[in-house]
Design a protein. Structure first.
Length: 435
């Protein structure tokens, strides 16, 4: 059974003896919330990523039947971890090449709990797994992709969308990264203090991509994957505990807090997407905003400021504006100018172009977008097409705006965003003058 097939079976509840609805729902919920904990704890036993995944998949498969017969345990994550790690020990005992490791393995606790770790200063096994996947022997792209796939439980398709590449390309990249970890015998640990600077940026990138994937799900019926958003926030806080003086960590945590503070206002009661100008700012989470702004100030004291500090500063400008029309777009453009020089990403350049459109006018924004037309990463990027459609509509070029929105609709797989784009197309039809 492949890792993808196993995960799909757990999500759908297919294969093997079916459990009742309540236990099946509990298994699905445990998959969403506990996968990272269970896998990270199991890797500590196996020191082998593929074997750990196999054992965790077996544990979830057993849960479908066991929880139906005996009820859902009080601590589903602990139950799954126990089953997965016992399965790992059973498989390791069968391998003659692992005999010399058995005394060490058998000394490890089966039940997860306080004191279950090699380093008492590290609060979570997931950090060990992140830093293992983010070893400098791997390319940065492979580091991020592998961690999203293994630790965060994203499907290969979801990781591919996050990177704006094809699913087959991403699958091959993940397989190569796993093989390299095994061949290089990369240790399962948090690196020493002197190694951290070279490793932490990739870890921050992992958590940031996890957050962006949850903030707006690439596909499906839901706009937000709250489990991924909450997991990214947990990981950012854990990193802040581990690296309290790191400006990049402070900037990332600030960015997540300030952006997620708008979560409850991003859709109306009917599930319709509400863009930033339509959101009710009095309902934004002021506690999260206050914490985020304080972290931004801390992060910006580092010179030169890092990319996450600058992105958080942009989010802070939005969060502190009492109304949409009070947004300081000139400051946002200036911050994007700094960010583009520090991190010359096509998506950052796209966001800057949108900010120019609000700071100077739609013609200037459209010109900035047109300057990016040759960027291959933006060719299949729905937000580039929708931004172009918005500027064209504001300029009264309704026919061209319709083409741009239709392109964006073809490239969008999230149902809530598709409904929003379809509504924009309907508005254009109503407003377009007849011949």
């Amino acid at each position: 059974m492949t890792d993808a097939a196993g995960r799909d079976r757990v999500e759908a509840g297919q294969g093997g003896q079916w459990s009742d609805g309540a236990s099946a729902a509990a298994v699905a919920e445990a998959h969403r919330r506990e996968w990272a904990f269970v896998l990270a704890a199991t890797v500590r036993v196996t020191r082998d990523l593929d074997l750990a995944e196999e054992c965790v998949q077996d544990a979830y498969a057993q849960a479908l039947a066991a929880w139906s017969d005996r009820g859902v345990p009080a601590k589903p994550g602990a139950w799954l971890t126990t089953v997965a790690r016992r399965r790992a020990l059973e498989l390791l005992r069968r391998e003659a090449t692992m005999r010399r490791r058995l005394p060490y393995l058998l000394m490890e606790q089966i039940e997860p709990g306080p004191g279950d770790g090699d380093d008492p200063d590290i609060p979570d096994d997931r950090l060990r797994l992140i830093f293992t996947c983010c070893h400098p022997a791997l390319s940065v792209e492979a580091q991020v992709a592998l961690t999203l796939r293994l630790l965060c439980g994203l499907s290969t398709a979801e990781v591919a969308r996050a990177f704006l590449v094809g699913e087959a390309t991403m699958a091959a990249r993940i397989t190569r990264a796993k093989k390299k970890i095994a061949a290089a015998a990369i240790p399962y640990r948090v690196p020493a203090t002197d190694e951290l600077p070279a490793r932490v940026d990739a870890v921050l990138t992992v958590v940031h991509l996890l957050f962006t994937t949850g903030h707006t799900a690439p596909a499906g019926a839901e706009l937000i994957r709250c489990d991924l958003v909450e997991r990214s926030l947990e990981l950012a806080r854990l990193l802040r505990t581990l690296l309290p003086d790191d400006a990049g960590v402070a900037g990332l945590l600030a960015l997540i807090l300030l952006t997620d503070a708008r979560r409850d206002t991003r859709m109306d009661a009917n599930g319709r997407l509400l863009p930033l100008p339509e959101q009710e700012r009095s309902r934004w989470d002021r506690r999260a905003i206050d914490e985020g702004v304080a972290l931004v100030r801390h992060a910006l004291r580092h010179r030169p400021p890092g990319r996450f500090a600058l992105m958080a500063a942009i989010a802070a400008v939005h969060a502190e504006a009492p109304a949409w029309q009070d947004t300081d777009w000139a400051e946002i453009v200036a911050l994007y100018d700094l960010l583009v020089r520090l991190w010359p990403s096509p998506v950052v350049a796209l966001n800057r172009a949108v900010a120019v459109g609000f700071a100077v006018g739609p013609a200037a924004g459209l010109a900035a977008l047109d300057a990016l037309v040759a960027e291959p990463q933006l060719a299949g990027y729905a937000y580039a097409a929708s931004a172009r459609g918005a500027f064209l509509a504001r300029l009264g070029r309704f026919g061209e705006a319709r083409v741009a929105y239709e392109e964006a609709l073809l490239l969008t797989e999230n149902a809530v965003e598709r409904a929003y784009l379809a509504a924009r197309l309907d508005d254009l039809t109503e407003n377009e003058p007849s011949c």
